[in-house]
Write a protein that binds this ligand. Structure first.
Ligand code: BES
Ligand code: ZN
Ligand code: ZN
Length: 511
């Protein structure tokens, strides 16, 4: 979708379809009243006869008359003004875009009014938010549909013009719009990877995708094979790979965006189990197909790295993706087997379905060698997290209060919310091994916490957060305004937001 910017008064616009937000119970005010005047008050009467109040995500389609040069206007309710947030705007514009698409719009105007958010000078941010909502809401996954079952009549929205009330705002709106477009592309990339089935997205497939990044300046990619994983001494990661015939891969992507090569990086670690059958501790068959999504953490790391390159953020970041299938077979790891991790700690694998923490334990120890300023891991780690937080929050754990609160703040800002859980030592006895240092399962209670506490044993003193995205990485229905059913691509917006902020902080502290 092409994104452009235009500084113009709404009543002088000519074109196909405009999306315009309206606050609840504020009636015809501000920009809407200019259109109403041009329509000789007919807009006002339509709204009151249809009972449109501007409730959050309520929509109404207007076919303007008189001198208004627009064919259609989609009014979208923004809810109460005092409850406005950038995520509500993102949802509202997403909803409006879906209505516009349904009626066959191919070129769209979106009104980008800085007064929508109370913060001054927020056009850049607002433009980014709106473009994210427009593009993300239009995601479709038809890679595996043959031509005959693709809907040929379905027209795509080809262009979106952000309309700002003053020419002077165009430059900021343009920059925000292009940033939003790059971020949305990163999210779509992750959604595509996650929605693709496990017979296509294998560890080798992910490794190939990573290798493509190496063609860009400032990016170095290493792909480590089964023999390397063994040689490094990654006994926990290796154990998970024993049952599958797919070659496991340990993918390491170094992005140097900072002028100084020596500047310590942020490390991102993502679980990429391309299919989690559970191994010998096999899962029940109902919904097992969903375990193709068990590579979401790794896909997000790939998507973030790709977006970082696109945006050229001035920061060093290393992405680490341990990837394998988790399958049962005659060579698979047995429940009860003991392995030695890269850190030297031993683990008794009581349940082969708690495999994510095994991959991550070794990848985190490896990541620590970069002496990163922060380590962030993302993983569809526990079913318990889905029970605790549902689909609305990422489970957030860590060993450093400042980092935890920065990440939580970044999530609030960008609409990918997280909620903290404690990693108290009091839980440790649940994962203390009988015949080894640790065991990989901590019983039924506090399953998300004991998984997080297990990871904590491998990060040492480095500031670290663990994001359990089991509940948030795919949706089983179409309830959300800009996240269609299937993979959500969660984590890309969060991490790009966090990394942009840290890059800015670094720049100001260097001055
Ligand atoms: N990949 C699963 C976690 C999962 C379950 C993610 C459902 C999304 C939805 C993970 O590897 C797993 O199987 N965890 C087990 C751990 C248990 C054996 C301690 C779980 O949550 O049941
Ligand atoms: Zn599992
Ligand atoms: Zn898993």
């Amino acid at each position: 979708m092409e994104i452009t910017t235009l500084g113009k008064k709404l009543d002088t616009l000519t074109g196909d379809c405009l999306i315009l937000g309206v606050f609840e119970n504020e009636g015809v005010r501000g920009p809407v009243s200019a259109i109403d005047r041009a329509m000789k008050g007919r807009l006002k009467t339509t709204l009151s006869s249809d009972g449109f109040k501007g409730k959050f995500l309520e929509t109404i389609l207007i076919r303007p008359s008189g001198p208004v040069g627009l064919n259609r206007i989609v009014l979208v309710g923004l809810g109460k003004r005092e409850a406005v947030s950038s995520d509500r705007l993102r949802q509202a514009v997403g909803k409006g875009t879906s209505v516009a698409k349904k009626i066959g719009t191919t070129s769209l105007f979106v009104y980008c009014d800085p007064r929508l958010l109370s913060k001054k000078g927020a056009v850049l941010e607002l433009a980014q938010t709106l473009v994210e909502g427009v593009i993300l809401s239009q995601y479709r996954f038809d890679r595996f549909k043959s031509k005959s079952s693709k809907n040929k009549d379905d027209k795509e929205i080809l262009s979106c013009t952000l309309v700002v009330p003053d020419e002077k705002l165009c430059a900021d709106a343009e920059l925000g719009g292009q940033t939003g477009k790059a971020i949305a592309a990163g999210v779509h990339y992750v959604r595509d990877l996650c929605n693709s089935p496990a017979n296509v997205v294998t560890p080798s497939y992910l490794a190939k995708e990573a290798s493509l990044l190496a063609e860009q300046d400032g990016v170095k990619v290493d792909i480590f094979e089964r023999a390397d994983i063994e040689k490094f001494g990654m006994g926990a990661f290796n154990a998970v790979t024993l049952g599958t015939e797919e070659d496991p891969k340990f993918i390491v992507i170094e992005y140097q965006g900072s002028a100084s090569k020596k500047s310590r990086p942020v490390a991102l670690v993502g679980k990429a189990v391309t299919f989690d059958s559970g191994g010998i501790s096999i899962k029940p068959s109902a919904n097992m197909d969903q375990m193709k999504y068990d590579m979401s953490g790794g896909a997000t790391v790939l998507g973030v790295m790709k977006t970082l390159v696109q945006l050229q953020l001035p920061i060093n970041v290393v992405g680490l993706i341990p990837s394998t299938d988790n399958m049962p077979s005659g060579t698979a790891v047995h429940p009860g087997d003991v392995v030695t991790t890269l850190s030297g700690k031993t683990v008794q694998i009581d349940n082969t379905d708690a495999e994510g923490r095994l991959l991550l334990a070794d990848a985190l120890s490896y990541a620590a060698r970069y002496k990163p300023t922060a380590m962030i891991d993302l993983a569809t780690l526990t079913g318990a997290c889905v029970i605790a937080l549902g689909q609305h929050a990422i489970g957030l754990m860590g060993n450093n209060k400042t980092l935890v609160s920065k990440i939580q703040g970044a999530g609030e800002d960008c609409g990918e919310r997280l909620w903290p859980l404690p990693l108290w030592d009091a839980y440790f006895n649940q994962i203390e091994g009988d015949v080894a240092d640790l065991k990989n399962v901590g019983g039924r209670s506090a399953g998300t916490i004991t998984a997080g506490l297990f990871l904590k044993q491998f990060v040492g003193e480095i500031p670290w957060v663990h994001l359990d995205i089991a509940g948030t990485s795919w949706y089983s229905d179409n309830r959300h305004a800009y996240i269609p059913k299937g993979a959500t691509g969660i984590g890309v917006r969060l991490l790009i937001h966090y990394l942009s902020k840290s890059a800015r902080r670094k720049k100001t502290s260097a001055k």
